[in-house]
Design a protein around this ligand. Structure first.
Ligand code: DC
Length: 223
């Protein structure tokens, strides 16, 4: 049986950084499921699908072949065979993924099947919004990682400034609140804490503290 660590939570809580580190420490693969939704969103945009056109999304999504492979331990997302890691982190793709792609049941069906398959044949740390609730309901460890919107916005701002980009803190906080609302209120697989998930609020914790807290859960065999 593979060992499964599920980490869910809102955007900007530090899931991917933490999940990557936990995976390294345990020697597992890290599966970033948000990147798969982003790759699907990119595909739909490239196909000229208009954001609100549900019929076109349902028709076209079956033509996207999304898979992942690992290069030097890093996840590479392949969209119809092409590495799209460098193309999926834009605002446009993020917005398409959040508002029009991830709420679609056919899209979710396809990507969830792929995620389940990866976790059945590999020890994984998988992060997303519905991992503990839908994708891996029997995961060995489930974590719901969150932080206040203010703290998440400040972290995002810091990241942007480090890259030399400008940022408007209150606009970023507003966007984070809107994104949370979209992810939490959609009909299918909304973002929510699984009943058996451990809540970690990272507002006043650094990355290493969160990583250690999750590693401790693995040792304790907490589910
Ligand atoms: O984590 P992220 O920002 O890269 O995710 C992109 C979008 O995909 C986000 O709006 C939420 C959605 N998503 C989802 O619905 N289910 C997942 N398991 C992962 C991401």
């Amino acid at each position: 049986m593979s060992y499964q660590i599920a980490i869910d939570g809102p955007a900007g809580a530090g899931k991917s950084t933490v999940a990557r580190k936990v995976a390294q420490k345990r020697g597992y693969i890290y599966v970033d499921t948000g990147a798969m939704y982003r790759a699907m969103a990119l595909f739909l945009l490239n196909q000229g699908v208009k954001p609100g056109d549900t019929a076109a999304i349902e028709e076209k999504c079956v033509e996207a072949d999304i898979s992942i492979r690992y290069e030097d331990g890093e996840q590479v997302v392949l969209l119809n065979g092409e590495n799209v890691n460098g193309l999926i982190r834009t605002e446009e793709v993020g917005n398409m993924a959040s508002r029009h792609t991830s709420p679609n049941p056919r899209v979710r069906e396809r990507l969830t099947a792929l995620q389940k398959e990866l976790a059945s044949t590999n020890d994984v740390v998988m992060d997303g919004r519905d991992i503990g609730t839908c994708v891996l309901p029997d995961a060995d460890v489930k974590v719901y990682l969150t932080a206040s919107a203010k703290v998440r916005a400040a972290r995002r701002c810091e990241e942007l400034r480090a890259k030399g980009e400008e940022c408007d803190l209150s606009k970023i906080e507003e966007d984070i609140i809107i994104r949370d609302r979209q992810d939490m209120n959609r009909e299918i697989a909304p973002l929510k804490q699984a009943e058996d998930a451990v809540l970690i609020d990272s507002s006043h914790m650094d990355i290493e503290e969160v990583v250690q807290a999750i590693l401790n859960l693995c040792k304790e065999g907490v589910q």
